[in-house]
Design a protein around this ligand. Structure first.
Ligand code: ADP
Length: 172
């Protein structure tokens, strides 16, 4: 079974890593797919986000990192995925996710309720459920010395931390 785990990953967090590793245990192959959406302003470019993910999963042979633009449903079909993987942090996440799941199933099925691609959800691990890329970006932007900031360090990989320091250093 091939799972596709799509998202912005701006940047990858320990919450994303947890979902990807747990998802990979359920599948033969997991493709982490970074959405390239020119309409969405991001801190890291697609290439940078892909690099940070590749570094995070460099020793995991089941996990591949890629990027895509356009419709996820179309990309999932092209990549031969059996299901889409998403993480759920809260009931609010579920509300929007349920709509996307129905939409992706309809777009990939000959009939709305038949054959289309399903979405599998994994609940966030309780100790990581509060972590999000937006919190990481916010704290990093307002913390003068994120080098010594243990809060940030517990949420991202060491390489992502260096990338954040460089990003905000350059922006000053
Ligand atoms: P998107 O913009 O598509 O929501 P994100 O990069 O924010 O992209 O998240 C990608 C996926 O990872 C989503 O399914 C999101 O719910 C999930 N996710 C993000 N942070 C966590 C976390 N701390 N624990 C579990 N899942 C998470």
């Amino acid at each position: 079974m091939t799972l596709i785990y799509p998202g912005s990953f701006d940047p990858v967090t320990t919450g994303h890593i947890d979902i990807a590793q747990r998802g990979a245990k359920l599948a033969d192959r997991l493709i982490i797919a970074v959405l390239d959406n020119p309409n969405k302003k991001t801190l890291f470019t697609v290439a940078e986000r892909v690099e940070l993910l590749k570094d995070a999963f460099k020793s995991d042979i089941k996990i591949e990192v890629d990027s895509f633009s356009g419709l996820l449903a179309e990309y999932a079909v092209i990549r031969g995925a059996n299901a889409i993987l998403r993480g759920l942090r809260s009931p609010t996440d579920f509300e929007s996710e349920a709509r996307y799941a129905a939409y992706n199933k309809m777009l990939t099925g000959a009939e709305p309720h038949l054959d289309g691609i399903d979405t599998i959800y994994l609940p966030a691990s309780p100790h990581l459920a509060f972590i999000s890329s937006s919190i990481v970006r916010e704290v990093a932007a307002h913390t003068p010395d994120i080098n010594g900031n243990n809060v940030i360090s517990s949420m991202i990989t060491p390489v992502a931390r260096v990338a954040l320091i460089e990003k905000f250093g350059r922006m000053k």
